[in-house]
Design a protein around this ligand. Structure first.
Ligand SMILES: [Zn+2]
Ligand SMILES: [Zn+2]
Ligand SMILES: [Zn+2]
Length: 455
């Protein structure tokens, strides 16, 4: 599939190369792009003009000395880690009509409007809806599940004596509906039998350390492993194949992009101790199945951090790359209903579908830092380039990204996390209290810290 790369894709690619080979001239750079991205239709002239407009024509990442945005890029250069993120295609992925997956070295996997689509997609069109691939209870509610105070599948607190509530015949667990009971494929493996106490130990470790990513990974791993044993009507290995295709990055590599990294030795050691302790707790449950290696575990923690949307994993949505001028809207319509993705504007054949990973009301520096810390890349989307050059006034910026459109309707259970979220030393840059309650959370900067709530 021949592809016309976007300016942003070209810039990301060049930034990746310049990190290791800052001296590469334009001819060799072009040859390198041709060999690494054989499907790209990119002439030397277009490459030259892109490099010029992004001030990348000289030998370093920082081109124009009076350009504050790129000067920061220089400072942050060593913290880029996007090139170490790995992701593979999902086998048997079912795609909505008119949408296809592309893979590029600079941006990994992504979604685009099919290049063969005869016409454009109008603004507001629904592109797809999808339930979570792995719906994960927030750690603030896991303590309620074993005793049936919250639904074992969707983790909705069960306060009433509704006749819809279904009870487990083996344990005290309950579900808010027979539908949740049916969808809960891992209940019997984690709540019953020989290893239940080892699973509870995983939950307790996550809660005690306020470490959501740890629990999200353990849950995702369990959902993936027990998918093998599913005999239901769902396609075999759907969860396992989906999880295998999620982008992965080792958490210790991500941690290097933490602005505090290197400044506080003590904190780094503490973190490592927590990772190791978590690994031991995790292995006690998974050792009778197939325990991940320590490296796989660190990759798994990184994976849930970069892929989760409000604490759960959505397969197609996780394919969406970032832009500060996203082309689609992602809204969570319900805990079990999942997400709805619509066209934010008219979309043309071959055009990439992009979402935002950060709060679009924030300025370019804030967004770039968040993206660097959370996903390891320096955003060079058209909006960031315009704003770094100061070509967009504040008023225009607000109009450009109306917050109401970018928000995701978060469900009430997931919302329980936010107000009580507290900061710990290892995650200093996240300031949840400064964000409006309904701002969408695409993943977390490092590891989510959540305190348990009492009901
Ligand atoms: Zn439920
Ligand atoms: Zn049960
Ligand atoms: Zn941007």
């Amino acid at each position: 599939m021949e592809k016309n790369p976007t300016e942003d894709e070209v810039v990301q690619f060049v930034l990746g190369i310049k990190k290791s080979e800052p001296e590469l001239g334009i001819a060799r750079l072009h040859a390198r792009i041709k060999s690494d991205e054989p499907t790209w239709a990119l002439s030397v002239n277009r490459l030259r003009s892109i490099l010029r407009s992004h001030s990348l024509t000289n030998t370093s990442l920082t081109a124009t000395s009076n350009d504050s945005g790129m000067a920061i890029a220089d400072e942050f250069r060593d913290r880029l880690y996007i090139s170490q993120t790995v992701s593979s295609p999902v086998s048997n992925l079912t795609l909505p009509t008119g949408i296809e997956v592309f893979t590029s070295r600079s941006r990994g996997k992504g979604l685009q409007v099919s290049s063969t689509l005869p016409e454009s997609i109008p603004e507001g069109a629904m592109l797809w809806t999808e339930p979570a691939l792995v719906l994960i209870p927030p750690i603030s509610l896991v303590g309620l599940i074993p005793t049936g105070k919250a639904c074992s599948y969707c983790s909705r607190p069960l306060v009433s004596m509704s006749s819809l509530i279904a009870s487990c015949s083996t344990c005290s667990g309950r579900w808010c509906s027979s539908r949740c009971r049916k969808l809960d494929k891992i209940h019997k493996y984690i709540r019953h039998g020989k290893y239940t106490s080892e699973w509870i130990a995983i939950e307790q470790f996550a809660v005690e350390n306020e470490w959501s990513a740890f629990y999200q990974y353990a849950y995702t791993l369990a959902a993936s492993i027990f998918d093998d044993q599913d005999e239901g009507q769902f396609s075999k290995h759907f969860v396992r194949d989906g999880v295998a295709g999620l982008a992965k990055i080792r958490q210790d590599i991500r941690q290097k992009a933490d602005p505090q990294h290197g400044k506080a030795m003590f904190m780094g050691e503490q973190l490592e101790m927590m990772w190791e302790a978590g690994y031991k707790v995790l292995c006690k449950f998974f050792s009778h199945l197939s325990a991940p290696s320590y490296e796989e575990y660190l990759s798994g923690i990184g994976m849930v951090n970069i892929n989760n949307l409000d604490g759960s994993i959505y397969l197609l949505q996780s394919h969406l790359n970032h832009s500060c001028e996203p082309s689609v809207d992602v809204k969570i319509v319900g805990r079990t209903a999942g997400v709805k993705v619509t066209a934010k504007r008219q979309l043309y054949p071959g055009e990439e579908l992009t979402t935002t990973y950060v709060d679009l009301k924030k300025d370019v520096m804030f967004r770039r830092q968040k993206l660097l810390e959370g996903w390891g890349f320096w955003c060079t989307c058209p909006r960031c380039m315009r704003e770094q050059d100061g070509t967009l006034e504040d008023g225009q910026r607000e109009n450009k990204s109306p917050s109401s459109k970018d928000n995701v309707g978060r469900n009430t259970i997931a919302d329980a996390d936010s107000p009580k979220k507290k900061k710990k030393g290892k995650s200093k840059s996240k300031k949840p209290t400064s964000e409006p309650a309904r701002v969408r959370k695409k993943s977390v900067t490092f590891d989510d810290n959540v305190v348990q709530i009492e009901i």
